[in-house]
Design a protein around this ligand. Structure first.
Ligand code: SAH
Length: 250
C-alpha cells in the first residue's frame, strides 16, 4: 500500500475525517435564512464519509450532492444513507473539488467542512461562487489563527503546511473582496478537535498497525498523526477551525 492508501485506511470507519461536531454543523446551519419549504439544492464539497452530510440531509428540505476525491469515503456515506433511508436526498460524486463542472447558479447552498484547504481558501471561494445562486450561501470551515500573535514554532509549522493560514479578519476580508457577505462566524471548540477527531483517531491506531503488519510506512502514518496531535495539545490556544457562513451578493 502507498502512504496515501494508508492514510485513507486510517481514516476509514470514522464519523469525521477532520475536527467538527454535530453542534458545529447545526450552529452554522442556524445562520442561514432559508425557506424550510423550499426544495434546496446543496453541494457538500470534500464530504468524506459524510458526518455533516447526513445531518444536513436530516435538517434541510432538498437534495445534497456529496463530493469527494476518494471513493472509499463515498462508499461509506452511501452505506450510511441507505441504512437511514436518506438515499433520495443524497447523491455522491467522485471528483476533485478543483475540477467541478456544475452549472452556473445551480446551488442554494455550498457546504464544506475541513476540506477547502486542499485547493486553498481563496481559490476555492472564487471557483465555487459561480455554482451558487445569487443570495445563496457558502458555509465553510478553515484553519484560522484565533489570536493576533503566536509562538514562532506554531507559526512556522502552519506557514509551511498551509501558507494561507490567517486570522478570521483576513479570511472575512477575502470573502468580502469576492462578493460574499458574512452572515456568521464562530470557531470550533477544543472538544470538536480532541473528543470528536483526535481521540477516535488514536483509538484506531492499534487496529490500523495490526492490519498492516506494523509496517514501517504504517508506523510513519501513525507517528505523523500523533505529531499533529501533540502540536495541537501544545498550541491549541492559538488556532482552530473557523466556520464562515456567507451569502453571495447580487
Ligand atoms: N468534511 C469531512 C471530511 C474532511 S477531511 C469532515 O469534516 O469530516 C477532507 C476531505 O477532503 C477528505 O474526505 C478528502 O478525501 C477530501 N479531499 C481531499 N482532496 C480533495 C479534492 N481535491 N477534491 C475533493 N475532495 C478532496
Amino acid at each position: 500500500m502507498t502512504e496515501l492508501e494508508l492514510i485513507i485506511d486510517l481514516h476509514k470507519n470514522s464519523v469525521r475525517q477532520g475536527p467538527g461536531s454535530e453542534n458545529d454543523t447545526l450552529k452554522a446551519l442556524d445562520f442561514l435564512n432559508l425557506q424550510t419549504s423550499q426544495n434546496l439544492k446543496v453541494a457538500d464539497i470534500g464530504s468524506g464519509s459524510g458526518g455533516q452530510t447526513i445531518l444536513l440531509a436530516k435538517n434541510l428540505n432538498g437534495h445534497i450532492t456529496a463530493i469527494d476525491l476518494f471513493p472509499e469515503f463515498l462508499d461509506e456515506l452511501n452505506e450510511k444513507s441507505q441504512k437511514l433511508g436518506l438515499t433520495e436526498k443524497i447523491d455522491t460524486l467522485e471528483k476533485s473539488m478543483d475540477n467541478l463542472s456544475f452549472k452556473s447558479e445551480e446551488f442554494d447552498l455550498i457546504w464544506s467542512e475541513g476540506a477547502i484547504y486542499n485547493i486553498g481558501f481563496e481559490n476555492g471561494i472564487k471557483k465555487w461562487k459561480d455554482f451558487l445562486k445569487v443570495g445563496g450561501y457558502l458555509a465553510v470551515s478553515e484553519i484560522t489563527w484565533i489570536t493576533q500573535s503566536r509562538p514562532n514554532e506554531i507559526e512556522e509549522f502552519w506557514k509551511s503546511e498551509y501558507p494561507e493560514v490567517d486570522t478570521a479578519a483576513n479570511k472575512i476580508k477575502q470573502l468580502e473582496n469576492n462578493d460574499y457577505m458574512l452572515v456568521g462566524y464562530f470557531y470550533l471548540s477544543q472538544d470538536s478537535w480532541i473528543e470528536n477527531y483526535y481521540k477516535p483517531m488514536q483509538a484506531r491506531f492499534e487496529p490500523f498497525l495490526k492490519r498492516h503488519g506494523n509496517s514501517e510506512l504504517a508506523r510513519k502514518v501513525v507517528e505523523d498523526n500523533q505529531a499533529e496531535i501533540d502540536l495541537y495539545q501544545k498550541f491549541k490556544d492559538y488556532y482552530s477551525y473557523g466556520f464562515y457562513v456567507a451569502r453571495k451578493n447580487e
